[in-house]
Design a protein around this ligand. Structure first.
Ligand code: KIV
Length: 272
């Protein structure tokens, strides 16, 4: 039997389920604009999430709650124009799907039609079941999101690890099974114990994607600004920084300011 890794020219929701079957881990990262999405896609990241974390890292809000459907569509359209390979998943923002399944479907349709995205992501389990069902019935792929769900931050009160108690852990497992049964193609598990991620991942056939969920998830996701060290004040245990761009960019920009002030820039060779 060949052990060669399958190349995916274009990642689809089916590719992700195949990756899980083959034991190949799935890579997922956020992007919110054209230039960043081009780099992320060229690096062969499997899934690009246009996350509502744009509310934090792009707009400077404290939570993900303020971002609007129109703003998510703007970010998603910019990303879609850059991408050749990755599957692009877009968060349905807070308030666009919780109140009524028909509104949820209208919101999902707007994202798919106006941005060209490939799938949507929603936060929650049993409480949003009818909305998920309706979106799926329209042929729109849905990714779930359980554990720490930032759109519910005011209900939780803190960003600490979720589902440490058996009752919450049981509900999370039931919700994951329910989302699989409805037809979701994957589930993000945010900030839960690694042992629970293992249990969930072994109990369902669709992939789990962890962020602070430990090594047993079928894939991992990070916010690109965190991975690159652009957000240097955010230091959760689960974050691995691959660069320290806040410092590097600050140094480069300070050097530019110094060069302008000292009349070093532009030089003879840098003018017409
Ligand atoms: O909005 C986002 O970036 C997310 C990830 C944290 C999974 O939902």
């Amino acid at each position: 039997m060949s052990t060669a890794k399958k190349e995916y020219k274009r990642v689809t929701v089916k590719s992700l389920v195949d990756m899980k079957k083959q034991g190949e881990k799935i890579s997922m990262l956020t992007a919110y604009d054209y230039s960043m999405a081009k780099i992320v896609d060229a690096a062969n990241v499997d899934v690009i999430l246009v996350g509502d974390s744009a509310s934090n890292v792009m707009a400077g809000h404290e939570t993900t709650l303020p971002i609007t459907l129109d703003q998510m569509i703007y970010h998603a359209s910019s990303v879609i124009r850059a991408v050749n390979r990755a599957l692009v998943v877009v968060d349905l923002p807070f308030g666009s799907y919780q109140s009524d399944p028909k509104e949820a479907l209208r919101s999902a349709i707007r994202i798919m039609k106006e941005s060209g995205a490939h799938a949507v992501k929603v936060e929650g389990g049993e409480e949003i079941k009818e909305s998920v069902r309706r979106i799926l019935n329209a042929g729109i792929p849905v990714m779930g999101h359980l554990g720490l769900t930032p759109q519910s931050i005011y209900k939780f009160g803190t960003y600490t690890v979720r589902a440490k108690e058996s009752q919450e852990a049981k509900k999370l497992l039931d919700d994951a099974k329910m989302l699989e049964k409805l037809g979701c193609f994957g589930i993000v598990l945010e900030k839960i114990p690694a042992a629970l991620t293992k249990k969930v991942s072994e109990s369902i056939t669709i992939p789990t994607i962890g962020i602070g969920g430990g090594r047993y998830a079928d894939g991992q996701v990070l916010v690109i600004h965190d991975l690159l060290g652009m957000t240097h004040e955010f230091n959760p245990r689960f974050l691995r920084r691959y660069m320290h761009l806040f410092e590097d960019m600050s140094n480069a920009i300070s050097q530019y300011v110094a060069d302008v002030k000292s009349k070093d820039f532009p030089s003879e060779e840098e003018q017409y």
